[in-house]
Design a protein around this ligand. Structure first.
Ligand SMILES: O=c1ccn([C@H]2C[C@H](O)[C@@H](COP(=O)(O)OP(=O)(O)OP(=O)(O)O)O2)c(=O)[nH]1
Length: 443
């Protein structure tokens, strides 16, 4: 957080960095966060221009009037935001009354823009489904990152995971929750959410916010910082060529967390897989994500528009081959490629992050699409199975492969690119994407 305070100094003491997800026709077309010069809303305007028309925007902080007037003007459909401290902070009232006056004036202007605009400006936060927190907790420890560390540290059980989770929870709570109830109430009143200030609505709101922060911290903890474990190239690196250079570990980890979040949206009741594609522009742009720009994301699901019982859900243990799922399910990588919002350019370093080892159906697709790097979990790697096999990934040449390994000091990747990543979610819109942009901001 200290680092982010330095990074976002331009915002002044009274402003908080926002994250933003842009969704068009239920598909994510942009992931943005503030840069040193611009707010996320301004960046989205520069990037998408009039393509923002009819888009849904998910802000991790209620946007300031400067951003709101432009995005309302562009004709967006809905602006949803996380109901805590807004972009122009209202939190440090006592310490700086002058800036707080400005913040209050800005909140008023935002309300006026809201009431006079066609766009819907709202809070979409809902309670999480029952047992969601427990489910995420259980499945997180099964991720191969945790499993690999646990194997190499047989005595530690998963203590390191618990410690990492606690750390993340603390970090995220301080970023996204307002610990003082009275202050939270005051802020809600000032930003036009008086309706949420009475109990039981107020306590429910706080609980829902807390639960969501807990879920995201838990998912993030499944890709922990531990010793020299990280994403390393399985083949000897030619470090002088940028295409072969890996991302700094913290960014690779960050993008893998995004892929892990996507995996929870799966339509396969047995195995969730998430994939996200980022690329690096040759020239550094204005974006808060540095040279990195979002290309596409997806998770494994049945063809778009199908209903629950349209296709078989059985795996290869089912004797009757006709009612197995594999001929119907669209893989995470396939959805990410299909619904990408940008072209994959041959002269740019493009990279896909997948939570599972890419299968024999997906490996040629990824290579054929011109993606330069694959960051992957290694569940099933090298396995020959009845339906979907995982043999081709190991043999794949011409694409750099980074998997979870314990790296030596000499192998640590030292790319200097100050790239930032922000959170993503599924091709469906979701309440939780409101905060993911900021939550997973590279702090
Ligand atoms: O590169 C890949 C490989 C698989 N999948 C999806 C397809 C399927 O929905 C799920 C699991 O596939 P698989 O058939 O390998 O495993 P399973 O049937 O769920 O379980 P088991 O490992 O017991 O065979 O992962 C992807 O999205 N991308």
């Amino acid at each position: 957080q200290k680092k982010s305070q330095v990074k976002y100094n331009y915002l002044g003491d009274n402003e908080n960095k926002p994250g933003l997800v842009v969704v068009k026709n239920m598909k994510i077309i942009g992931l943005h966060c503030s840069s040193t010069d611009l707010h996320a809303g301004q960046i989205a305007l520069i990037k998408h221009g009039s393509r923002l028309k009819n888009c849904d925007l998910y802000f991790s902080r209620k946007p300031c009037s400067t951003c709101l007037k432009m995005i309302v003007n562009a004709g967006v459909n809905r602006i949803s935001y996380w109901p805590a401290d807004p972009e122009i902070s209202l939190q440090n009232e006592a310490s700086n009354p002058i800036t707080t006056d400005d913040a209050k004036l800005d909140a008023k202007a935002v309300e006026r823009l809201k009431s006079n605009s066609r766009a819907r400006v709202c809070v979409l936060l809902q309670p999480l489904v029952c047992y969601m927190v427990q489910f995420v907790e259980e499945t997180s420890t099964k991720f191969d990152f945790i499993q690999k560390i646990a194997k190499s540290q047989p005595d530690s059980n998963t203590d390191f995971y618990t410690a990492c989770r606690q750390e993340r929870i603390k970090e995220y709570e301080s970023l996204f929750l307002i610990s003082n109830e009275e202050m939270h109430k005051q802020i809600l009143m000032t930003i036009g959410l008086e309706n949420l200030c009475e109990n039981p609505y107020f306590s429910n709101l706080r609980q829902n916010m807390k639960d969501l922060v807990l879920v995201l911290a838990t998912v993030a903890a499944s890709v922990p910082v531990f010793g020299c474990f990280g994403f390393y190239n399985s083949e000897p690196q030619r470090t002088n060529e940028t295409d072969h250079q890996g991302l700094p570990q913290e960014i690779a980890r960050h993008c893998m967390i995004q892929a892990r979040l996507l995996a929870y949206r799966t339509e396969d009741h047995k195995t969730g897989v998430g994939a996200i594609i980022w690329a690096e522009e040759k020239s550094r742009s204005c974006d808060g994500t540095g040279a990195m720009y979002f290309v596409g994301c997806g998770y494994n699901a049945f063809p778009v528009g199908s209903e629950y019982a349209d296709f078989p859900h059985m795996d290869d243990k089912q004797k009757d081959r006709e009612i197995r799922k594999f001929r119907y399910i669209i893989h995470a990588e396939q959805n990410a490629l299909t619904f990408r919002c940008r072209e994959i350019k041959p002269d740019e370093r493009s990279m896909i992050f997948v939570t599972k080892c890419p299968c024999d159906e997906c490996v040629p697709l990824i290579k054929g699409a011109g993606i330069k790097q694959i960051y992957a979990g290694d569940v099933d790697a090298g396995k020959k199975k009845a339906d979907i096999s995982y043999m081709k990934f190991g043999e794949l040449e011409g694409v750099n492969k980074f998997t979870v390994m314990e790296g030596g000091v000499n192998e640590l990747m030292v790319s200097q690119n100050p790239m930032l990543g922000i959170g993503a979610h599924g091709t469906k819109s979701s309440n939780s994407i409101i905060i993911v942009g900021d939550m997973l901001g590279y702090t």
